[in-house]
Design a protein around this ligand. Structure first.
Ligand code: 3EB
Length: 326
């Protein structure tokens, strides 16, 4: 095939798998990132490994592995380490909040660094971002750490991508570690932000939820079949629904998830990988049984313990739809 013909092809999407992680095995050359969770002994000699401090309640030892089409290259620039091929880039930044005067300052520094970094790269478009930090619900009112994180994120990120904010997840750890961890997927081609008609766009949330509205999109569709769904909770319009009722929150979250999938025109099947975050580990069996009742058996799922960014929310679900499953 000539170069010209190749350039007319839509870029192939990265493939994502949940796969048992074996620290004895080096990662294949085309792996962009391997996300592992608490309890997995990960090798530290590979910059593509991202250790997330959330405990797996279902799926211990499983890694979320992102495969590029080609052999990737790795590098670092200031606080950012990253891996990339011609189409996609996966990056990580981990900042100590104490060096930035708290979570707002750390978020502003992290997102400012990400913006400058991405704008200098051949893959400028932020498609999907994950955010983790300790004690996300600590602090009252506008001082709540999630709200302060949103203030800093907005200051650092700005609106250079217009309203096509990346799909996102913001889930709190409970390890007392003062590290703000942000990792992300960026692309050579822009994604398209999708809305959920059941929910207000996050960046239009009213003032009651904090001084700065959260900047993320409900989902991002990438040119070539990859769809990434943001963390989806029991929010209708902009309001949290069913406080204290995990089962009802899970039902509502699944309705939201299906609603976004409908916007993306994709099915919920074995090519849609889900990650479910639950606030209380003791809810695991209930979560598993509700998911079994609502989801086809072959939809891959990981269940992690973590704090949702509004105190009244008990569960959140994110997803990634890939082309091809192996
Ligand atoms: C929500 O719909 C629930 O601030 O990046 C979900 C996913 C949520 C991402 C973020 C927040 C974020 O508002 C919370």
């Amino acid at each position: 095939m000539s170069d010209h013909a190749v350039s007319l092809q839509p870029a192939a999407a990265p493939r994502v798998q949940y796969r048992r992680y074996d620290p004895a095995q080096p990662l294949p050359g085309n792996v962009l990132a391997a996300v592992v969770f608490t309890g997995t002994a990960a090798r530290r000699d590979d910059p593509r490994i991202i250790e997330v401090g959330l405990t797996p309640l279902q799926g211990a030892g499983i890694s979320e592995m992102w495969h590029a089409q080609e052999t990737v290259r790795t590098a670092h620039e200031d606080a950012i380490r990253y891996a990339f091929d011609a189409e996609y880039l996966f990056g990580v930044i981990e900042l100590d909040e104490r060096r930035h005067g708290g979570i707002a300052g750390a978020a502003e520094a992290a997102y400012g660094a990400i913006r400058r970094f991405q704008q200098s790269k051949a893959h400028p478009y932020l498609l999907r971002v994950w955010n983790h930090f300790d004690g996300i619900n600590r602090g009252a009112g506008d001082a709540e750490r999630y709200r302060q994180f949103c203030v800093g994120r907005a200051a650092g990120l700005g609106d250079w991508q217009g309203k096509d904010y990346p799909a996102a997840t913001a889930i709190g750890r409970r390890d007392g570690d003062p590290t703000l961890q942000v990792y992300w997927l960026a692309g050579r081609l822009a994604g398209r932000a999708l809305e959920n008609p059941r929910q207000v766009n996050p960046y239009r949330y009213p003032r009651a939820y904090g001084p700065t509205a959260p900047q993320f999109s409900r989902a991002m569709r990438v040119a070539n079949g990859l769809v990434m769904l943001s963390g989806t909770a029991s929010i209708v319009g902009h309001a949290s629904h069913h406080p204290g009722d995990l089962r009802a929150q899970l039902d509502e979250s699944l309705l939201n998830l299906r609603s976004v999938l409908e916007q993306a025109a994709v099915d919920l099947d074995r090519a849609t990988l889900l990650k479910i975050y639950v606030r209380e580990a003791r809810a695991l069996e209930l979560v598993q049984s509700v998911l079994r009742a609502h989801l086809p058996d072959d939809v891959p799922r990981l269940i992690l313990e973590g704090d949702i960014c509004r105190e009244d929310l008990l569960v959140e679900i994110e997803g990634v739809r890939t082309v091809g499953t192996d």
